[in-house]
Design a protein around this ligand. Structure first.
Ligand code: FE
Length: 199
């Protein structure tokens, strides 16, 4: 392959995907049919906890994040796991068609799952649009912008000098003094060797 970087030119934006029991940040979202109830696809990492939840849920929602979004929302849904915190209690949510969506965003889409396709790293979930609304006019944050500004957006504060361990692959943060021997990142699955301590 001559230069795989060209794939970064594919337009991807920042979304919070939610379903019953959890949610995460996703960027690979596409509308793949037209009409009144179009089909929308979203790719979710196989290692992700939300992926497991989606297998047992018929509905999910996508909340579209704007350029002015509170970075705490990205931190909560992107770098934490439901295994450690209740994300729905850390961020202001609104229930639509039985699914919690983010209140501080440009708008949402609620989808009924119709299909899923598994590949080596991700599962592509396909949903039919059943409800949608616009909360705010504004530009959606691109995945490229997030990648470029990640450090300033996600500065990690550890209160009272606590130790935190950061996954150098996906950015997941584990807030404990010690990292257990057999620790595996709940987001991307790597082992403790790829964690950096004392941020
Ligand atoms: Fe990770």
């Amino acid at each position: 392959m001559k230069n795989k970087k060209i794939t970064r030119k594919i337009t991807q934006r920042m979304y919070v995907l939610t379903t019953n029991g959890g949610g995460c940040i996703v960027d690979a979202v596409s509308q793949i049919s037209s009409g009144d109830a179009p089909l929308i696809s979203v790719a979710v990492m196989n290692q992700n906890y939300t992926n497991a939840l989606l297998k047992n849920n018929e509905r999910f929602a996508l909340s579209i994040l704007g350029m002015e979004v509170n970075p705490e929302i990205i931190k909560t849904f992107g770098l934490c796991s439901m295994r450690d915190i209740n994300k729905f209690e850390s961020v202001v949510m609104k229930e639509i068609e039985g699914i919690p969506v983010i209140e501080d965003c440009l708008g949402y889409m609620v989808l009924e799952k119709v299909d899923s396709i598994v590949n080596e790293t991700h599962t592509l979930f396909i949903g039919k649009l059943i409800e949608a609304d616009v909360f705010l006019e504004g530009e959606a944050m691109s995945y490229g912008y997030y990648q470029e500004h990640k450090e300033e957006l996600l500065k990690i504060k550890t209160e009272n000098g606590n130790t935190a361990w950061v996954c150098t692959v996906c950015g997941y943060v584990y807030y404990k003094e010690e990292l257990p021997e057999d620790f595996q990142c709940p987001i991307c699955g790597v082992t403790k060797e790829l964690f950096q301590g004392n941020v």
